[in-house]
Design a protein around this ligand. Structure first.
Ligand SMILES: [Ca+2]
Length: 306
């Protein structure tokens, strides 16, 4: 009997620890990886903090569902012709990282740091699209049942990214202001971004510039951010839960980075790269997104360029 009680006790402890990291391996493994990070609480409608291995945390902001105008008007300064303005409705809320994924977070999850510029609080860069998605997949596996039903860790779709970036604004930038220079210093951009003319040729610790109205930092500048979609043409008509075409040759990246010029940092600007590319200005931002039937009809493959 005594032996049975001990076994039951150990089983109970294992279950308790597993709650900290549902879907993880053994209790001992989970305890070793999570330290004293505490329980995961991911509830729709509320911000959450993901405890990563080694007491590293990752803050996520809840974004309500809604409708917005994606892309840019025809007369927007510095726009490209692949930014056809159209109405987008996102039927479900989602979470997106308060900051770009940092090197400390990337190391905690993957055990490696490929970044060119080194620093725990700097955004991770030199990661290709597959590696960025692998980070998200590892977190989905680790969080397991702690994720709300029907949600997974992922890169955000372009639409989710732009909706979160704009935070209700329709201006060039998410501080409600405009860009008026193509290849010169821009004071309006300086408020919210590290870019070509204030970065001193390097990434910067995340969260130093002004956040947008929804509390997100560095949506403009610092590291460019991979998004989920293959690049496709926008429709001119309203669309619901878009996620780009089924296939393509280039994945989207948004927000521009420390290396780029003002016009490329606009909320509506679309960056694009083959998924295997790595650059010292290209990282990503984690999202927790609904697994829904995405509308893939309105966009066609295209090879538009920066
Ligand atoms: Ca960024």
């Amino acid at each position: 009997m005594k032996k049975k009680k001990i076994v039951n006790f150990l089983l109970g402890m294992t279950a308790a620890i597993a709650l900290l990291w549902p879907g993880d391996g053994t209790g001992a493994d989970a305890a070793d990886k999570t330290g004293s990070a505490g329980a995961v609480e991911i509830v729709t409608g509320k911000n959450c903090v993901l405890p990563l291995p080694g007491d590293v945390k990752l803050e996520m902001i809840w974004i309500e569902p809604g409708t917005f105008m994606m892309g840019s008007p025809n007369d927007e300064f510095g726009r490209n012709d692949n930014e056809t303005q159209h109405q987008v409705t996102l039927t479900k809320g989602f979470w997106i990282g308060k900051y770009e994924v940092t090197q400390a977070q990337y190391k905690a999850v993957t055990g490696s740091d490929p970044s060119h510029f080194k620093g725990d609080d700097l955004p991770v860069e030199m990661v290709d699209w597959e590696e960025s998605m692998a980070f998200c997949k590892k977190l989905t596996d680790r969080l397991g049942g702690a994720l709300p039903k029907g949600y997974k860790c992922s890169l955000p779709t372009e639409a989710q990214w732009e909706y979160a970036c704009r935070a209700g604004t329709t201006s060039h930038l998410n501080n409600g202001k405009s860009i008026q220079t193509r290849e010169e210093k821009c004071d309006n951009l300086d408020e919210v971004a590290w870019y070509k003319f204030n970065s001193n040729g390097t990434t910067h610790p995340v969260g130093q510039k002004k956040p947008n109205a929804w509390g997100l930092y560095d949506m403009h500048g610092n590291a460019c951010e991979w998004c989920l979609d293959w690049i496709g043409n926008y429709p001119a008509t309203p669309v619901t839960d878009p996620a780009g075409p089924d296939k393509g040759t280039q994945r989207s990246d948004r927000g521009a980075g420390w290396y780029w010029y003002p016009r490329q940092a606009r909320s509506g600007h679309r960056g694009l790269y083959p998924p295997e590319r790595r650059y010292f200005y290209l990282g990503f931002r984690l999202a927790i997104i609904p697994v829904v039937e995405q509308n893939k009809e309105p966009r066609m493959d295209t090879d538009t360029h920066r």
